[in-house]
Each structure stands twice: as structure tokens, then as C-alpha cells.
Design a protein around this ligand. Structure first.
Ligand code: GLN
Length: 510
């Protein structure tokens, strides 16, 4: 394909690609081929993917092209390719969660979200990199190497879903899926200038999402525009009988809300700026961009007030007890018996089942995963359970109540997505606490089960993107999309184009 034509094509939004596909101006096969070319050119520098599945993608593309040719009814994102975080199982495509312990495991079934994507005609380009079992904030804990931030390859793309965010930022894919347990969709979104959404807990099926911490995990969209995330969330959302925590009913009307937001009229909307998640501890460049974005909201007619959620100061502490407790329980299944790696004890050590499991887990898990299994096992152990896990659960209830009270006063909450922009490789790997602190603004939404979105809010003094986060009441994901789309439109007008105009893309040959 001609290089300029290809570059123009991959820089379109998913909504624009879908329109062109429906109008017969581009085939799904061409869309897959264009992205495959960009992936091949970008991967040596970015390493966003663990596994490519171009053969399957081309088959899917040909099938949807045939449907279009036959005049069949098409879903809203039909024909548009997508990348999938390797925390989500895909039939026939190796799925490892970036862990050695699952190396070589080819799932015999699809996650519900994958089934829905296939039905809607979205070809799957491949599986993206992450921190092992989604545990981390930089993708440096992957067992298969780092993913580089397309904005600056000396910096991390965030985590755990660094691969999905980097792929979308680098134009390797217009859309991706992520999983968000404490910020793994939103923080990489902020670090790479992309949009990332954590839906309401139960709003998108978790069937086939590899479990990290089941009471917090949520699958959600990654894209370059707010409308694209709305389209994707409507495609994958709604009740699923295979997931006992799935909410009844269909997904809320997010696409309509995003389109409404693009009109940039926010009269009647009350926005609460979270007092505990601003100012001290947040980089100056981040606060500056955040405050400018707030001015846009006011100019569009929104009423902006400051609001306090006093128990948020305990959120990080509660999360780092509840999450590892669930991790220690969920990861007990990787025992060398059923899937992936098996390491037999060396000669001289009895070849018992218990020894085999111990040697397998020692060899198969990385340090960060082991740290969390140990923390969680301790927090759940007899004699300590009430003091640690029990107290953390009580704090969680107080946080849920804080959100309920806040939403009696305002429609939507706002804060920066992350206290900093993307940091350099190695900056935080020696200090787990510093890494954990990066999640301070994203974790509360997971603990409360409420939906949240991160939208690009420009670049900081260091030339790196900043994320603006909106948080809405449970099941009201639509409420996120209107102000998010309005802010996106206002900023685009201010800068005369999207945020990625400030990113260099040498892999596109430009
Ligand atoms: N960074 C957080 C953690 O390490 C969030 C992870 C996630 O959302 N999967 O726990």
C-alpha cells in the first residue's frame, strides 16, 4: 500500500474507519493489512504485542467484507481491527498474561467480549503486553520484555495495560481492550495520550478475563477518541449469563452521550473536583493542564465545585490489602497440573505433587507476583484476617459511602488520572511503594465499583501527555461520555487538532 495512503488510513478514528468501510471506500482486509504494516514497522521500537494473529485477522476481515458485499446488516464498528490485552482469553491464540507460568497455553474458548467482537465483525490483530498478571504500573513486570512509550521510548507506557495503550497511541491499532483492577486501562491512557475507560463493575462481562482480583477487575475500551470508546463499550457491554457478577440489562446509551458532548454544551452539569486528589503530590505540569481543562468545562456551562471524599486517603492502603488477598487466592490455580508450565523437582528431591507445584511456582512467577501472593496470604491468615483483610473491607465500605454522598451533590467527579506523566524505565522498579503510589487517583473507582474515563488533556512541560479523569455513579457510564467528549472537542479546537500531533512517529516513515 502507498505509504501516505496507509498513514492517512491508520490515523483515522475507529468511527471514521467504520464509516468508510460501510460506504465501500475501504475493505476490512485493507484495514487489517495497513495496520499489519504499521505493526511490523513499529514493533522493533515499541514492542506492544506479545503475539500477532494476522492470519485469523485476515480470515475475519474477509468474512465481514463478504457480509458487506451481500448487503447484510452491519454492527457499528464492523470491519475495524482491534488489539487485545493478553489478560483476556482468545480461542486458538496463545494467552499468557505475560507470565512464564502460562507460556504455551492456547485457550480452548473465547472470553465473552471476544465472542461479541467477532460477532460484530472486528478482526483481532494480536495480543498486547502487560505487567505479569496485570500487576504493575509500568509494564516492566512483563516476563517478555518492556513496552516502550511511543511518545518517548526511554519512558514507560504505564501499566499494567501498557501494550494496549502503546499500540493504539502508535497507530498499530485503532482500538484495544484492556483490564482495569486499580487503573490499568486509565493510567496507561494518561501516559500515552489515549482514551481509556473502566466501566461500572459488572457492566462488561468478565467471563474469560484472567482473574487478578475478582471484586475489582473490569474489562474496558482503549481508543484515540471518546466516541470510539463509547462505540466499543456498547459493542462489548450488557448482561452475560456466563458471569455471575454481570449486571442485568443492556449497556447504557454511551454513543448518544458522546455525540451530545461533542456539541460542547454542558449547561446543567455539576462537576465535583475531588479535593483529596489534587495539589500536593501531583506534578506541577499535570496540575496546570488539569486546571486549564477545568476552565474549559466552566466555559461550556458546567458548574464546577470542590468536593471532599475524606476516606480516599485510605484507599491505596485498603487496595493493597484487598487486591493481594484476592490475587493469592486466584493465582492458586497455577499449580503445574492444569495449564502452562510444569517443573519437576530436581534429582534427590522427592517427585511429589507438592514439590512439583512448589518448583513450578518458583520458576513460573516473577518477583512482583510472588510479593503479592505472600502479602495476600499473610493478610488472609488465621489470626491476622480480621486485623488486615477485615479492616480493609470496612474502609472499602466507607469509600463507597463517600462516593454515594458525593453523587448526591454533583453529577460527575473529576481529578487528574495520574499524579505524574510517564516516568523513565527503572525509575520505580527498585521501590515497590513508589510504584504503588502511582495508582492513588485510579484505585478509588475500582474499590467503589463506579465507572471512570481518562481523556488526554494536553502535554506537560516534559513533552509527555497528561490524563484528565471523570468518575460517574454506578451504572451511569453514559454520564462519563458527555463531558469527556465535550472536553476533547474544546481542547481540539484550542490546539487545532488532536493531542497526538505533538508525537513523533518515525516508524510511519514520516
Ligand atoms: N497498578 C495497579 C496494580 O499494580 C493496577 C493494576 C491493574 O489495574 N490491573 O495493582
Amino acid at each position: 500500500m502507498d505509504k501516505n495512503m496507509r498513514n492517512d488510513l491508520v490515523k483515522l478514528s475507529a468511527a471514521q474507519m467504520a464509516e468508510k468501510f460501510k460506504a465501500g471506500e475501504v475493505s476490512s482486509r485493507e484495514l487489517v493489512d495497513a495496520h499489519a504494516e504499521v505493526i511490523e514497522a513499529a514493533e522493533p521500537a515499541i514492542n506492544a504485542f506479545l503475539k500477532l494473529s494476522f492470519d485469523q485477522a485476515r480470515e475475519q476481515a474477509d468474512a465481514i467484507d463478504a457480509k458487506r458485499a451481500a448487503g447484510e446488516e452491519l454492527a457499528s464498528l464492523a470491519g475495524v481491527p482491534i488489539a487485545i490485552k493478553d489478560m483476556i482469553v482468545t480461542k486458538g491464540i496463545e494467552t499468557t498474561a505475560a507470565s512464564k507460568i502460562l507460556e504455551g497455553w492456547v485457550p480452548p474458548y473465547d472470553a465473552t467480549v471476544i465472542t461479541r467482537l467477532k460477532k460484530a465483525g472486528l478482526p483481532i490483530l494480536g495480543k498486547t503486553n502487560l505487567d505479569e498478571f496485570a500487576q504493575g504500573s509500568s509494564t516492566e513486570h512483563s516476563a517478555y520484555g518492556n513496552t516502550q512509550n511511543p511518545w518517548d521510548t526511554d519512558r514507560v507506557p504505564g501499566g499494567s495495560g501498557g501494550g494496549s495503550a502503546a499500540a493504539v497511541a502508535a497507530f498499530e491499532a485503532p482500538l484495544a481492550l484492556g483490564t482495569d483492577t486499580g487503573g490499568s486501562i486509565r493510567q496507561p491512557g494518561a501516559f500515552t495520550g489515549t482514551v481509556g475507560v473502566k466501566p461500572t463493575y459488572g457492566g462488561v462481562s468478565r467471563f474469560g478475563a484472567i482473574a487478578m482480583a475478582s471484586s475489582l477487575d473490569q474489562i474496558g475500551p482503549v481508543s484515540r477518541t471518546v466516541l470510539d470508546s463509547a462505540l466499543l463499550q456498547e459493542t462489548i457491554g450488557g448482561h452475560d449469563p456466563h458471569d455471575s457478577t454481570s449486571l442485568p440489562g443492556s449497556a447504557p446509551a454511551m454513543v448518544a452521550a458522546a455525540r451530545e458532548g461533542a456539541k460542547r454544551d454542558l449547561k446543567g452539569l455539576k462537576v465535583g473536583l475531588i479535593k483529596e486528589l489534587s495539589g500536593e503530590g501531583f506534578q506541577e505540569g499535570v496540575s496546570k493542564r488539569f486546571n486549564e481543562a477545568v476552565e474549559h468545562l466552566t466555559a461550556m456551562g458546567a458548574e464546577v465545585v470542590e468536593i471532599s471524599l475524606p476516606n480516599l486517603k485510605y484507599a491505596l492502603g485498603a487496595y493493597y490489602i484487598i487486591m493481594p488477598s484476592e490475587v493469592s487466592s486466584n493465582l492458586a490455580r497455577y499449580d503445574g497440573m492444569r495449564y502452562g508450565l510444569r517443573v519437576m523437582p530436581p534429582e534427590g528431591v522427592p517427585a511429589t505433587a507438592a514439590n512439583m507445584m512448589a518448583y513450578t511456582r518458583e520458576a513460573g512467577f516473577g518477583d512482583e507476583v510472588k510479593r503479592r501472593i505472600i502479602l495476600g496470604t499473610y493478610a488472609l491468615s488465621a489470626g491476622y484476617y480480621d486485623a488486615w483483610y477485615g479492616s480493609a473491607q470496612k474502609v472499602r465500605t466507607l469509600i463507597i459511602e463517600d462516593f454515594k454522598k458525593a453523587f448526591e451533590k454533583v453529577d460527575v467527579l473529576a481529578c487528574p488520572t495520574s499524579p505524574s506523566t510517564a516516568f523513565k524505565f527503572g525509575e520505580k522498579t527498585k521501590d515497590p511503594l513508589a510504584m504503588y503510589l502511582d495508582d492513588i487517583a485510579t484505585i478509588p473507582a475500582n474499590l467503589a465499583g463506579v465507572p471512570a474515563i481518562s481523556v488526554p488533556a494536553g502535554v506537560s512541560d516534559d513533552g509527555m501527555p497528561v490524563g484528565f479523569q471523570f468518575i460517574a455513579p454506578q451504572t451511569r457510564d453514559d454520564v462519563l461520555y458527555k463531558p469527556a467528549a465535550a472536553l476533547e472537542a474544546a481542547l481540539e479546537e484550542q490546539w487545532n487538532g488532536p493531542v497526538w500531533q505533538w508525537m513523533n512517529t518515525p516508524w510511519l516513515g514520516e
